[in-house]
Design a protein around this ligand. Structure first.
Ligand code: 9MR
Length: 351
């Protein structure tokens, strides 16, 4: 059930009983129950993070926290086409395979990110002058190669990423220019053929509230659904910034997609700010994280809430937005921020 309150007495009794029965492990038990992952149990919402696979390989603390805090993971980069097929016809799945092994060992589901995008495509794709017919065959092959390679191991695929501009017009990409908007239906059909059990998502930023971009998704998905195209999920990245304020009508927006028969998910949440930080900004950040989480818990079909990295140590934000940062739930030393406590406490209330 969503946002159901727990009985405080029952919680206290359970933890007390645990200490009495297994006296040798109270410290581990206390810290394990204090995680986001433990707090999400019973909410119907999985809690996830994007994973930097270099940090996962190199750093024990990063690895331990990824396992302890989350029950779904997304490859931050290593499932993108540029990395999986650096030379035409030569695939490198190694880093992504290691992430999947890690996830399986830790009982985590994997969100696949992402099949069709305008960014992080292989150089060979951009450099050669392919005809539209060739490009369609290349895209089809890419989707079949990748989805088949991971078949049975992926919970959600972000099939198309960032296909609209903020004003609701189609983004001008290699796919739109050469194939027209029909590439979206093709991509979903091919992905579904390659792995019928994976749930197939659209994914974008600035599409959380009701606005021209989410309207464009609504119209497109309605049409795709009427044509029997297997689009099954609406992904909202959730890249927010305290200085811009937060979208107000997120839940209403999610409900209209759920009425079309889609699941919904927050896929890349972070809340950046102009540096230096201060108490007001840090508090506002906690509200930003919490607003999206509450919408997810109140919606009928919101299945996951994924943050785009959980420590500022590896956040993409400072490299892209000069003078901004502090966007994740933990600082560079893995110290939990008020946003972490807000997310955890909201999950606990909903469990
Ligand atoms: O976090 C990712 C960063 O490491 C990459 O350099 C970047 C390349 O474009 O992509 C970042 O992740 C993006 C995600 O794949 C799609 N939505 C926006 C994310 C932040 O840019």
């Amino acid at each position: 059930m969503r946002l159901r309150h727990t009985v405080p007495g029952a919680v206290a009794l359970t933890s007390l009983a645990f200490l009495l029965i297994i006296p040798a492990a109270p410290a581990a038990a206390a810290s394990a129950s204090d995680t986001l992952r433990a707090s999400a149990r019973g909410t119907g919402v999985r809690i996830g993070t994007a994973v930097n696979t270099d940090a996962l390989a190199d750093e024990a603390q990063y690895r331990d926290l990824t396992a302890a805090e989350f029950n779904t993971v997304t490859a931050e980069n290593v499932m993108k086409w540029q990395l999986t097929e650096p030379e035409r016809g030569v695939h490198d799945w190694a880093a992504a395979d290691r992430l999947i092994e890690f996830a399986q060992a830790n009982g985590q589901k994997v969100r696949g990110h992402t099949l069709v995008w305008h960014s992080q495509n292989p150089d060979w794709l951009n450099e050669e002058d392919f005809t539209p017919t060739q490009l369609r065959a290349i895209l089809r092959q890419h989707i079949f190669d990748e989805v088949r390679h991971f078949k049975g191991k992926i919970w959600h695929w972000d099939v198309v990423n960032e296909i609209f501009e903020d004003d609701g017009s189609w983004r001008d990409t290699i796919w739109l220019r050469n194939l027209g908007p029909g590439y979206v239906a093709d991509a979903f059909r091919w992905a579904h053929q390659a792995d019928p059990k994976a749930k197939l998502y659209v994914n974008d930023y600035n599409n959380e509230g009701i606005n021209p971009k989410s309207d464009a998704y609504y119209d497109l998905i309605k049409q795709l659904k009427s044509e029997g195209v297997p689009v099954q999920g609406y992904g909202m990245q959730g890249h927010l910034a305290v200085q811009y304020g937060f979208p107000a009508d997120v839940l209403d927006n999610m409900r209209r997609f759920e009425k079309l028969g889609l699941d919904t998910a927050f896929t890349e949440v972070d809340v950046r700010m102009l540096l230096p930080t201060d108490t007001a900004k840090v508090q506002a950040q906690a509200e930003g994280y919490n607003n999206l989480l509450r919408a997810c818990l109140l919606a009928q079909r919101c299945v996951s809430y994924t943050v785009w990295g959980f420590t500022d140590k590896y956040s993409w934000v400072p490299g892209v937005f000069t003078g901004e940062g502090y966007a994740t739930l933990m600082d560079e030393n893995y110290v939990r921020k008020p946003a972490y406590a807000a997310v955890r406490d909201t999950l606990r209330l909903a469990a």
